[in-house]
Design a protein around this ligand. Sequence first.
Ligand code: FAD
Ligand code: SF4
Length: 402
Amino acid sequence: MTPAAPDFPKHKKARALKPSSRRPAKELCSECGLCDTYYVHYVKEACAFLNQQIPELEAQTHGRSRDLDSPDDWYFGVHQEMMAARKQDPIPGAQWTGIVSAIAIEMLNRGLVEGVVCVQNTEADRFQPKPVIARTPEDILAARVNKPTLSPNLSVLEQIEQSGLKRLLVIGVGCQIQALRSVEKDLGLEKLYVLGTPCVDNVTRAGLQKFLETTSRSPDTVVHYEFMQDFRVHFKHSDGSTELVPFFGLKTNQLKDVFAPSCMSCFDYVNSLADLVVGYMGAPFGWQWIVVRNPQGRKMLDLVLDQIETQPVMSEGDRRQAVQQSIPAYDQGVTLPMWAAKLMGVVIERIGPKGLEYARFSIDSHFTRNYLYTRRNHPEKLEAHVPEFAKRIVSQYKLPEV
Ligand code: FAD
Ligand code: SF4
């Protein structure tokens, strides 16, 4: 399968810029799509990789920024409640049970919004993202399931102005939502709702191909995959079969360069600026994890309460030793033989962190890795780019000197 080339900038003002200044975050660009639009004018302020402004935008969006005396706030961001949930009647083909698609459909059907920014795939390639403004439930359903690649969701922003939409829902990941919140007041909307997902370790389309070829027994038939709470990657294939690969058996030496530099320097895993976040990592296996950040997020969740079952979040185990040990192992690209990786997976699944502690494990592992990456590759950015809450998380661990 040959990955398609990314779209040329759509707006003439974006096209008129010299290629070198078109995406000024350069190799750290996550292709969020802002630079393909008229809003490229705001890029220096809005880009998540040029101007980290999470606390200011949290205060603008939620009425306060993270309480730095609260470790729960460091990890999960500003929130008024968290829970585990799953759809009683899961949407076939959704990434998990389809809570994201169900909320978007309700918001459209009940007239709260006139359109939904979401990402479908191209006809030729199930993993090539195609951002759209969905105007029907069918359009929203066609966007279900992750496109595990960098996606220029904000490239559709100027269609909002052209189409006269006034009430909009945007579904997206952290870097997209930071840029969106920064230009929110300039979009001419009466109402903006934001439904976020956590996001980590994203890749370009070419990087995804390398990941699949290095990790799966049948890269071309993978339709869906997820790094699950049981410490295995679950690949679902087009014939309906599932392939399990233990995290500890991943060929880290070959995969080190696969993740996009933007994702190696990202500290917004939990999508701090969405009204409502729907992921999985803070919930028991098979359930989704819901973080309600503000009253608007609660209103969005209320729309699907009759379609989901819920349970309180739980937390079990202690992640710290496992995180500390994984830091040099990842850094040195250690790959275990498959029998040892499987054994380790089984042991850690039995006694390892669960629920919110698993989420903390994943956040700690990624923030320490990303802190090292940023310190080595962009030392001049380290101080301003790493938010204070992330510095506090990283400071719990001993990192290699260089
Ligand atoms: P569905 O109803 O299937 O809807 C999925 C929605 O995601 C669609 O509306 C679509 O527009 C949107 N989408 C798909 N691909 C992209 C993309 N590339 N960029 C922006 N939006 C997209 N959750 C965790 O708890 N931990 C993680 O580490 C984690 N990593 C993720 C990495 C990526 C790249 C993505 C896109 C999501 C990740 N998530 C993670 C979220 C999780 O995998 C599910 O997307 C979420 O729980 C929603 O599931 P659902 O069944 O309700 O979604
Ligand atoms: Fe532009 Fe987005 Fe890339 Fe930043 S991440 S340079 S805003 S396209």
